[in-house]
Design a protein. Structure first.
Length: 305
């Protein structure tokens, strides 16, 4: 059985632990980047980890002695680079699942790219069943528009970057053509290699769900929130019974799927963990590697600059 050493004890880590057990991993060790973490002790007892460490560096050294152990690291993004670097320097053959978007420092990617065959980057939204469905079924797209409510421009690096990962996954490499900004808004025009226009509107004062609208002739594919896919095909014409001049045009609902209510696990998490397990076993190239992660972060940095 494949063994897993986990670094990080935030709330999201427990969600990863649940799917790791479901996917067939043996929980080997857990550690925190914060010494004497109370949550580390709770998770150790609740999920029966064989080993628990107050110091993540000791955890890395200990786990690196065993051949069949892989890592899942989910620390603060400012700690991810140094943890990842230490793991891979200790043993270049270890496989690492990184929960965060690696780093916001583009220069740090230069040191890591050599390990691209060992690192699995956790952009979990691309493992949503709805996103996988779109990847297989989207054809002849006319345009895409995206709405991202954000706290501020800087938070795009940590939050909306996951939306940009979806756009990369669905439409390929993206190029920034134009942007307009003011105090409360940021408007972005992107295109892929096929010249598909993609528009992103960041609103720093909005309170609504993220949304992605994909238009394909008479069809509209709507992700809002990102876990819920609604497909419209064509238009229904509704004439008001009291006033024949009052006409309402309503999109025809064809399909709807909300992943929030499908199972016990967070959307995308189980698919993601199964993909990581397959990556370890087959050692084949994956989509969400360090190269793609660098491209996503590079574009995101250009967007907010």
């Amino acid at each position: 059985m494949l063994k897993l050493s986990i670094i990080g004890t935030s709330k999201i880590v427990e969600e990863h632990i649940k799917v790791a057990v479901e996917a067939g991993f043996e929980l080997f060790s857990i550690s925190s980047t914060r010494k004497n973490s109370k949550n580390c002790k709770k998770l150790t007892q609740k999920y029966n980890f064989k080993h628990s460490f107050n110091d993540w560096k000791i955890a890395v050294s200990h786990s690196s002695k065993y051949k069949d152990i892989s890592f899942l690291i989910a620390p603060r993004i400012q700690d991810t680079y140094k943890i990842l670097k230490m793991i891979l320097n200790k043993n270049k053959k270890k496989f690492v699942f990184v929960e965060k978007p690696i780093t916001t420092n583009i220069n740090q990617f230069k040191d890591l790219i050599v390990y691209k065959k060992n690192v699995f980057v956790g952009y979990n939204r691309i493992f949503y069943n709805n996103i996988v469905f779109l990847k297989k079924n989207l054809k002849k797209i006319n345009s895409v528009d995206v709405k991202c409510p954000e706290i501020n421009r800087k938070n795009i690096l940590h939050n909306s970057v996951h939306v940009i990962s979806i756009l990369f996954y669905l439409f390929g490499d993206l190029k920034l053509l134009n942007k307009k900004k003011n105090k409360n808004n940021l408007f972005i025009h992107l295109e892929n290699k096929k010249k598909l226009p993609i528009y992103i509107f960041f609103n720093f004062k909005a309170y609504e769900n993220f949304s992605i609208n994909i238009y394909s002739h008479r069809k509209k594919f709507l992700l809002k929130p990102l876990e819920k896919l609604t497909i419209y095909d064509g238009i229904n014409k509704k004439v008001h019974s009291l006033n024949k001049n009052l006409v309402e045009y309503i999109p025809k609902l064809k399909y709807q799927n909300d992943e929030h209510f499908k199972n016990y696990f967070k959307p995308g998490f189980l698919n993601q963990m199964k993909a990581f397990k397959e990556f370890i076993k087959t050692k084949k190239n994956i989509y969400n590697d360090l190269v793609v992660s660098k491209k996503i972060m590079l574009l995101t940095k250009k967007i907010i600059s």
